[in-house]
Design a protein around this ligand. Structure first.
Ligand code: GLU
Length: 461
């Protein structure tokens, strides 16, 4: 059975869009193969934990439809799914490696390690632990028995080739002479990422590790660990990182990277998922708009491209606009009401405005700037109306005559007025638009006036 996982660390505000792209692939590959998709929380780096991040990440993933079959929330056969609750497991496995001679205790102080690195640098050698404690294991053992703090290091085999077989990148060869004796267990009893990820992926029976390419340099270390335990490694796929349109790396210092930011400007989750599915993969029929279910159906891991995908917020907005256009009117109404819930917009009025704006907005946050005049009389006007008094009187007289307050009748009456006074139609309607909406750009004017009602329009005029 195919079992995939994502293993996010709760070290940011929410889920990074790049992590959602990776999560989608893991989810799709599991679902496509009737397998299981697991979410495991990697929270062993205590210094980088951000309070509330785990909950926000899990809620976001769940709410956008990337539902886990096993996770810290839903549980599962390999509970617990939070690494900080599995410490004794890692300690036991570290001990097993020590007992079989594949790992060793190290009591070197930070000062000694710094000194060693300085010397290596001076000699232009690569920075690697010099195995001082391995060579003096008897003395080290005694010190530990006497209460000395220690870490556990992996004994990286000498002069071996480590081959990573990546489903989309092919064979990549690494040499153990370039690999440091990694710390596996820290002096506070917490595992490092390398030990925890390998132990958990093995115990949780993960068949495919699909993760960002930034983890590729760690993979030979993981393979050495699998070999040291005598376990079968999973199948690896390292997907390319998202890039900005100028090809620079997406970084949280320069870009909005958190899913919650995109939702806060009114990007719909289904549009975000659809757009992210296209990062490094294309629909076999070249389709751009498709549902999560369709993605799962047509997805194949071998079709992932290694070229760096471009994450373009402008394209994402365009796609979001397509989703808004395709929504049922009632559904769009609910989304707008929910998006502006702190504003308590009147539902019946929002409902009437939907047909006027559905084709015009690209994200939910475009709604109010365009439609605010429906809910509030404008206080500011895009053009100066001071010298338009005569024209305004003419408009009022004409509109007062209308009994059946319908867009088409309003339009006709205003066209007649344009002819009667001999003003340019463009200029006239711009003035009228500014009077009613405050702005030079608005939803269709006659329809907007119909919605506002005769009394309100006359008041504005
Ligand atoms: N905890 C790592 C992360 O935050 C997981 C890397 C992996 O998938 O092995 O992305």
């Amino acid at each position: 059975m195919i079992r995939t996982r994502i293993a996010p660390s709760p070290t940011g505000e929410d889920v990074h869009v790049g992590s959602i792209a990776t999560a989608l692939i893991n989810y799709a590959w599991a679902k496509k193969n009737n397998g299981r998709f697991v979410i495991r929380i990697e929270d062993t780096d205590r210094s980088r934990l951000v309070p509330g991040a785990e909950e926000r990440m899990l809620t976001t993933l769940e709410s956008i439809g990337i539902k886990a079959d096993e996770s810290p929330i839903v549980g599962g056969p390999y509970d617990p799914y939070r690494q900080s609750e599995r410490l004794t497991i890692y300690q036991d496995y570290a001990k097993k490696l020590i007992d079989s001679g594949k790992a060793y205790y190290c009591i070197c102080t930070a000062e000694r390690l710094a000194e060693m690195r300085k010397e290596q640098q001076a000699k232009k050698q690569i920075a690697k632990y010099d195995r001082h404690c391995l060579k003096n294991s008897e003395a080290v053992k005694k010190q530990i028995d006497g209460g000395s703090k220690y870490v556990v290091r992996l004994k990286v085999p000498d002069d071996k080739e480590i081959v990573v077989e990546d489903t989309i990148r092919g064979r990549i060869t690494f040499y153990t002479k370039d690999i440091d004796d990694q710390v596996l267990l820290k002096s506070d009893g917490f595992p490092t990422y390398h030990l925890a990820v390998v132990v958990d992926d093995h115990l949780m029976k993960i068949t495919n590790v699909i993760r960002g390419e930034e983890w590729l340099p760690s993979t030979p270390k993981h393979i050495i660990l699998y070999q040291s335990f005598g376990w079968e490694p999973p199948i690896y796929t390292h997907v390319s990182l998202l890039r900005n349109p100028d090809r620079s790396k997406l970084s949280k210092r320069r870009n909005p990277v958190w899913a919650s930011w995109y939702f806060s400007i009114g990007i719909l989750p289904e549009a975000l998922l659809n757009y992210l599915a296209l990062m490094g993969w294309s629909h076999p029929k070249g389709k751009e708009i498709f549902s999560l279910a369709e993605y799962v159906e047509v997805f194949d891991i071998k079709d992932i491209q290694t070229t760096a995908p471009v994450f373009d917020p402008v394209k994402l907005e365009w796609m979001n606009g397509m989703y808004i256009r395709q929504s049922q009117k009632s559904e769009l109404k609910s989304k707008i009401l929910e998006f502006y819930k702190d504003k308590n917009l009147p539902e019946d009025l929002v409902e009437k405005t939907i047909p006027l704006i559905q084709d015009r907005i690209k994200k939910l946050s475009d709604y109010l700037p365009l439609c605010e005049f429906f809910f509030k009389r404008p206080e500011k006007f895009d053009i100066d109306l001071e010298d338009k008094k005569e024209l305004i009187n003419n408009i009022r007289e004409e509109l007062e005559k209308i009994n059946d307050w319908k867009a088409s009748i309003i339009g006709e009456s205003m066209q007649n007025l344009v002819k009667k006074i001999g003003i340019k139609a463009g200029e006239f309607f711009m003035i009228l638009r500014v009077i009613i909406t405050g702005k030079k750009i608005s939803p269709p004017l006659n329809e907007s006036m119909e919605i506002l009602g005769k009394e309100e329009c006359l008041k504005r005029i």
